[in-house]
Design a protein around this ligand. Structure first.
Ligand code: PGA
Length: 261
């Protein structure tokens, strides 16, 4: 019998959008729409919003995550936020997002150090991986994803429920060019087998998300793929109706799965 799939997660990465006031309003509207959802729902607002949004989400089922953290607990690292500072506020931290890799120049090595630091503070990590358009054209997608996974995971202990992996092809992020469900599934299957090698049995508890121009219109077909356990949503996570529709599609896919067992 194949193992039970992990609980789906739909996470909204707000990136560098919304003022604090706008963010609190958005968080309230999303909480009212999505509290008690049949899948995990998480908001990832900018750092200055975290404490306020924590207050808004208190007592609801929505999770709260940070978009990044640094690799050290404290010290002379101007402008950085440490994982120790997120403890008690955030459930999760996103690491390795392609904008951090490609715009801010983060290396695999730095991301691996961040992951170790985040786990030291018991934050669940959403690790983002994915190839650029040039890498896809050169047919190195699987090699790139392998390198990113191996480098991030080979020197850290990860237990059940402590990791999420998001596959985000860089060419699909914010471009409106979603990967086809078959393209996304192919890479997610590959990620699942790499996670088996790297993590053993724990791999069965790791949700694999797809990210890159997920919308209300394409979510259902992506979630119909067996190795896609949710989404990391950028642009559409700033719109209550669109994000709610994506969560509803994840709930429907999950109840379809349960019905077919
Ligand atoms: P997008 O962003 O949904 O706007 O493409 C996804 C992401 O970067 O996490």
């Amino acid at each position: 019998m194949s193992p039970r799939p992990p609980t789906p997660l739909v996470a909204g990465n707000w990136k560098m959008n919304t003022t604090v006031g706008e963010g609190l309003e958005l968080a309230r509207a999303l909480r009212d729409a999505l509290d008690g959802s049949g899948v995990e729902v998480e908001l990832l607002p900018p750092f200055p919003h975290l404490v306020g949004v924590r207050g808004v989400l208190q007592g609801s089922s929505l999770l709260l995550g940070a978009q990044d953290c640094y690799a050290e607990d404290k010290g002379a690292f101007t402008g950085e936020v440490s994982p120790a500072m997120l403890v008690g506020i955030c459930d999760d931290v996103l690491l390795g997002h392609s904008e951090r890799r490609h715009i801010l120049g983060e290396s695999d090595e730095l991301i691996a150090r961040k992951l170790i630091a985040a786990r030291r503070h018991h934050l669940r990590v959403i690790l983002a991986v994915g190839e650029t358009e040039a890498e896809r054209l050169e047919d190195t997608t699987m090699a790139v994803v392998d390198r990113q996974l191996r480098s991030a995971l080979e020197s850290v202990e990860v237990g059940d429920g402590e990791l999420v992996v998001a596959y985000e092809p860089v060419w699909a992020i914010g471009t409106g060019r979603t990967a086809t469900p078959a393209q996304a599934e192919e890479v997610c299957v590959h990620i699942a087998s790499r996670l088996d090698e790297l993590l053993g049995e724990v791999a069965n508890t790791v949700p694999i998300l797809y990210g890159g121009s997920v919308t209300a219109a394409n979510a259902a077909e992506l979630f119909a793929e067996p190795h896609i356990h949710g989404a990391l949503v950028g642009g559409a996570s700033l719109k209550v109706d669109a994000f709610t529709a994506i969560v509803r599609a994840a709930e429907a896919a999950r109840s379809g799965d349960a019905g077919s067992r």
